[in-house]
Design a protein around this ligand. Structure first.
Ligand code: SAM
Length: 374
């Protein structure tokens, strides 16, 4: 049995003095995007000069002031991260016409610069391909040359590390790392630098309207990153928590989490989803196991059986690193006080393939969820 804690705080993440220096293992987040209109008022509230410059049509000055606001959060992120800890930042660039000038505001490169200034090491980033069928995705002069613009159908997941590689110092830490490993075939997909449409996997954990207003990212995005860059029992921080997707993913993955968010209006939906995390997480985790069992069966049929055996489940695995791997599922969640949750986890069992994870869906049933979630 393992216990994790999850806290959401309603405050401004430009100051996170409730965290000691070097106390967080991983940051997974997505800030409001500078120069994207839905976030204009948020930035203007945080720095009225940013709003004034927008009104005066000083696009680049507004862009810089919005990023200066984010810089204060990044500074806190770098302070609270432990040496060897990762920060994963989901961000998209913006295209916008200000006055007569249409241009791209490259948020991702400005954020890389901010992290490098803080002494963080940038690592290869993920390009998240977000294809759209919207008829207005092609911008500019249409079929007439020299006046049209390519579409903007991707975002970034920027990845930074604080200092050198994380050390796993004693046998217990090394054992926990081994148990927290992921499957070989998951590695091949997760550690590719282009993630194709996570759209089909848009989280079932957030209703559509709320998601649109909040700019929520898909559950699977946070869940993957947490599995890739932390181990069981670690603490994950999201300084722009929104609807709490990162916290829900941490609950599912057996990590503790803290979210910081300005808007209290997202709380009731988060609270409801957190209360229902047990059946949802179970389906997520069991689907991973089933996908692996299917993979092993296909390899066997092809005459290429897996070489090693996992000690906890008895199924074949591709590499020695997966022998000690196990997966945990939440079995109980308790809201100990408003905004604070304690989750108990137990090792997941291999059993029959679960139904699709729709039980937490607020919306009426839609098209069937894809068979494989990951
Ligand atoms: C892109 S959304 C994050 C959505 C989140 N990933 C989710 O899945 O719901 C950015 C969030 O940051 C919040 N925010 C903006 N500035 C903030 C600040 N200084 N401190 C805390 N939260 C902030 C906004 O209210 C918004 O909810």
């Amino acid at each position: 049995m393992m216990e994790t804690s999850h806290v959401i705080r309603f405050s401004d993440s430009r100051s996170m003095d409730f965290f000691a220096d070097n106390s967080v293992d991983l940051v997974v987040t997505s800030p409001p995007y500078p120069m994207i209109e839905i976030w204009d008022t948020v930035f203007a509230d945080l720095d009225p000069d940013a709003g004034k410059n927008l009104e005066l049509q000083n696009g680049w000055a507004a862009f810089e002031l919005m990023h200066k606001t984010l810089d204060d959060v990044w500074q806190e992120v770098c302070r609270v991260l432990k040496p060897g800890g990762f920060a994963c930042i989901n961000i998209g660039d913006a295209v916008r016409k200000i006055g007569d000038v249409f241009c791209l505001y490259p948020n991702h490169s400005r954020i890389i610069r901010a992290f490098v200034k803080q002494g963080m090491f940038p690592l290869p980033a993920v390009l998240w391909r977000k294809q759209t069928n919207a008829p207005n995705k092609f911008m500019g002069s249409g079929m007439l040359p020299a006046g049209a613009y390519v579409t903007l159908e991707h975002e970034y997941i920027l990845i930074f590390r604080k200092g050198e590689k994380r050390l796993f110092k004693n046998p217990q830490e090394r054992e926990n790392r081994q148990e927290s490993s992921y499957f070989w075939e998951e590695r091949n997909q997760w550690f590719s630098d282009v993630w194709f449409d996570l759209k089909g996997l848009r989280q079932q954990l957030t209703d559509k309207n709320l998601r649109k207003r909040s700019g929520a990212f898909p559950f699977v995005l946070a869940y993957r990153l947490i599995n890739m860059y932390s181990v069981f029992g670690d603490t994950v921080l999201d300084p722009f928590a929104g609807t709490g997707t990162t916290l829900l993913a941490a609950m599912t993955a057996g990590r503790s989490s803290v979210g910081v968010e300005l808007e209290k209006e997202f709380y009731p939906a988060f609270e409801k989803k957190a209360a229902n995390i047990v059946p949802f997480a179970r389906q997520i985790v069991e689907t991973r196991i089933h996908d692996h069992v299917d993979f092993a069966a296909r390899r066997s049929q092809e005459g290429k059986p897996l070489k090693y055996t996992n000690e906890h489940y008895g199924f074949g695995v591709m590499t020695r690193q997966e022998i000690r791997m196990r997966l945990f599922c939440p079995v109980n969640v308790e809201e100990t006080e408003k905004g604070s949750f304690v989750v108990s986890h137990r090792q997941a069992q291999a059993c029959s393939r679960p139904d699709s994870p729709e039980s937490l869906n607020d919306n009426p049933p839609g098209p069937p969820v894809q068979k494989s979630l990951f």
